[in-house]
Design a protein around this ligand. Structure first.
Ligand code: CP
Length: 310
């Protein structure tokens, strides 16, 4: 694989290889000195055409810890505002001889489009409602470390599934690694034919939570609902908000996850989000840096003439 555009198309052994490679960075990231240097001399461009806190910063930190020269293209102040097309922007980045480009875009498929126009590896940092592969990898790594394995775990993914690239990439990764995935959403936010991906669907939150080992909450993606049905946050919280009382329906030691950004008091209460021993939300962020270091390392191996990616 030259690029990382999605979880779709990756084999289970490739997903496990990425997780194993990420493990090696966790200890270094916890040490006082956090420098490796294997990407020395390479230029990494982060082109984010949509807002981000976690993904942008962790890709920047990951690249810097590996020694790359990291440049962030701020879409808000770029020439996109002057009418430049996405393809012309991609060709421009390519002409600057980037060695790896990390892209987030609001349109599904936009990252794949850019990948076809450039000579270097492209990493998808989230495209529309399509995929967010590094998020799924960091979630899988968090589950594996906290639960001991992924296979056999009952993972309930809850909330706005319809607009969520996080849900889609997680469904693909977790089913591929033999977890039992449940999808819980109101009928209006449930994608049609989602069962074809090998998940069980629930519109009743309480039933879907029953015995779950991992409860992954998602926010309402209001920015992708223009013109459509937007649920009231009060009603959504009443029916689909994770409270401490509701969490009792899950397994006694169930892990609580959220990719962020959270809307406290809507899809999750602060009591649950901050619950000691149960919430893995900050650990997810920590795993994000390790996973992104692994992805940057692996995808630049061909250019660096290093063995080790399928
Ligand atoms: N989880 C996630 O993608 O967060 P950001 O939008 O802050 O990058």
């Amino acid at each position: 694989h030259r690029h990382l555009l999605g979880i779709a198309g990756l084999q289970p052994h490739e997903l496990l290889f990425l997780l194993d490679e990420a493990e090696q960075w966790i200890d270094m990231n916890r040490a006082a000195s956090k420098h490796d240097g294997r990407l020395e001399g390479l230029t990494q461009i982060n082109a984010f055409f949509e807002n981000s806190t976690r993904t942008l910063l962790s890709f920047e930190i990951a690249g810097k810890r590996l020694g790359a020269d990291v440049v962030n293209m701020a879409a808000a102040t770029s020439s996109l505002k002057k009418g430049e097309t996405l393809i012309d922007t991609a060709v421009t980045l390519n002409a600057m001889r980037a060695d790896v480009i990390v892209i987030r875009h609001a349109a599904s498929g936009a990252v794949g489009l850019i990948a076809d126009k450039v000579d270097c590896p492209v990493l998808n940092a989230g495209d529309g409602r399509h995929e967010h592969p590094t998020q799924a990898l960091l979630d899988a790594l968090t589950i594996r470390r906290r639960r001991g394995s992924i296979a056999g775990q009952i993972v309930a993914i809850c909330g706005d599934i319809l607009h969520s690239r996080v849900a889609r990439s997680n469904i693909l990764a977790l089913t591929s690694l033999a977890a039992q995935v449940r999808v819980i959403a109101p009928p209006t936010l449930m994608p049609p034919a989602i069962e074809e991906l090998g998940v069980t669907t629930f519109t009743d939150f309480d039933k879907g939570l029953e015995g779950a080992d991992v409860v992954m909450m998602l926010r309402l993606q209001n920015e992708r609902m223009s013109g459509g049905f937007i649920p009231s946050t009060r009603e959504f919280h009443a029916l689909y908000g994770l409270t401490a009382e509701r969490l009792k329906r899950a397994a006694p030691d169930a892990l609580v996850m959220h990719p962020g950004p959270m809307n406290r008091g809507v899809e999750i209460t602060s009591e649950v989000a901050d619950m000691p021993g149960r919430s893995a939300i900050t650990e997810q962020v920590e795993m994000g840096v390790a996973v992104r270091m692994a992805c940057l390392d692996i995808l630049t191996r061909r250019a660096r003439k290093v063995e080790g990616w399928a």
